[in-house]
Design a binder for this molecule. Structure first.
Ligand code: SAH
Length: 357
């Protein structure tokens, strides 16, 4: 027996409709609120990775990526005197591919950490369970153990955290808010003065100037840095981002490998913003953490030996030579991921410096 009216009422309301109702009831919502809700809906229900999904990440391009990260972490741990217990922590682990590749390499060096995956998406969590049955899951960092150093990795995690956009108007700084305009959603400057949310050094600006901040990313870096200082360890944050001061919106939406309008069908496309590494490094250092550097991904992977690893893999599987070379090129070349993606390394003050920085 099917009752079309009943099944219709069971279908989840589109997020666009939820936003319209919310705005009608309580007024404009901030772009930060919009991006946070849209990504929560987006990730909760799907695996966005791979050629059949919306985008492809470095660990899904080649096992070499996770292997070299595992090597870097094992080297740090070894030089720090091989402390135990030790925790492998990954933020936003996707399918768990990077973790599997990294842990396989670590094991070869006698490093067998406890595994802690910080993931909010039930869909991705179940994929991770299949790949890493021995792991423990967390909704945020607060429940990750405090005994022993952490070896932490976050690849394409910070870019998914919601950004706040602030625009200088004739009346001072305002936050960008989302409102409906006919059938569309658009961004306008809000009413409330927001000067206090603008970093002091950037407050003097011409009307029309737009800056982005990411309070969520700043909070994550602050918490990781505090743990590194307290517990020991090292961390790698890898993302498409910049390490000099930058103006303008970097918000973008990707669906089925195409750029789309971020304000159409919220929750159905991946929303990202470039990561502001220039702001994040001083936050870590203010906690007393060591900033090892922010390197471009290509030179960093080459310093860790990606060329030799690719040659070894090709030797072991000659019929795969072309695919291995294509993957290596995609990860390191200037016109692909080599320059745009950055690797920021952090370590406890009494831990050694890391390779590649
Ligand atoms: N690191 C993986 C996946 C990147 S996609 C890779 O490189 O392939 C972004 C990941 O971050 C997903 O696993 C997503 O579910 C997770 N994520 C996004 N926002 C999050 C949040 N606020 N808290 C925890 N995980 C989040």
């Amino acid at each position: 027996m099917t009752d079309p009216a009943a099944s219709e009422s069971l279908a989840p309301e589109s997020l666009a409709a939820v936003f319209r109702r919310l705005i009608a009831n309580t007024g404009p919502i901030s772009l930060m609120h919009y991006m946070g809700e849209a990504n929560a809906r987006y990730y909760a229900s799907r695996d966005p990775l791979g050629s059949a999904g919306d985008f492809v990440t470095a660990p899904e391009i080649s096992q070499m990526f996770g292997e070299l990260i595992g090597l870097w972490l094992a080297d740090m741990w070894n030089n720090a005197g091989r402390p135990v217990p030790v925790h492998y922590v990954e933020l936003g682990p996707g399918r768990g591919t990077l973790a599997s590749d990294a842990l396989r390499v670590m094991q070869r060096f006698g490093l067998e950490p406890q595994i802690h995956l910080v993931e909010t998406s039930p869909a991705l969590q179940s994929l991770q369970m299949a790949n890493l049955p021995q792991a423990q899951w967390h909704h945020d960092l607060s429940t990750v153990p405090q005994d022993g150093p952490i070896l932490l990795v976050a690849n394409e995690f910070l870019d998914a955290l919601p950004v706040r956009q602030l625009v200088k108007t004739a009346h001072g700084w305002r936050e960008r808010m989302v409102v409906p305009e006919g059938e569309r959603l658009i961004c306008i400057a809000g009413d409330r003065p927001m000067d206090a949310a603008v970093p002091e050094a950037r407050r003097e600006a011409e009307p029309g100037t737009l800056i982005e901040t990411c309070p969520g990313a700043a909070t994550v870096i602050d918490e990781v840095a505090a743990r590194l200082v307290r517990q020991g360890g090292a961390a790698l944050f890898i993302d498409y981002g910049y390490d000099t001061v930058r103006y303008g919106s970097t918000l973008q939406a990707v669906r089925a490998h195409q750029k789309v309008d971020p304000f159409v069908d919220p929750g159905e496309a991946d929303l990202t913003a470039l990561v502001d590494f220039a702001t994040l490094a001083p936050i870590a250092m203010a906690r007393g953490c060591r900033w090892l550097g922010t390197a471009a991904q290509g030179p960093w992977l080459q310093a860790l030996g990606i060329d030799a690893r690719a040659a070894a893999l090709a030797k072991a599987a000659p019929d795969q030579t072309e695919a291995i070379e294509a993957a290596r090129h995609r990860l390191i070349s200037d016109e692909q991921m080599g320059t745009l993606f950055k690797v920021m390394g952090l370590a406890a003050p009494n831990w050694p410096g890391g390779a590649g920085f």
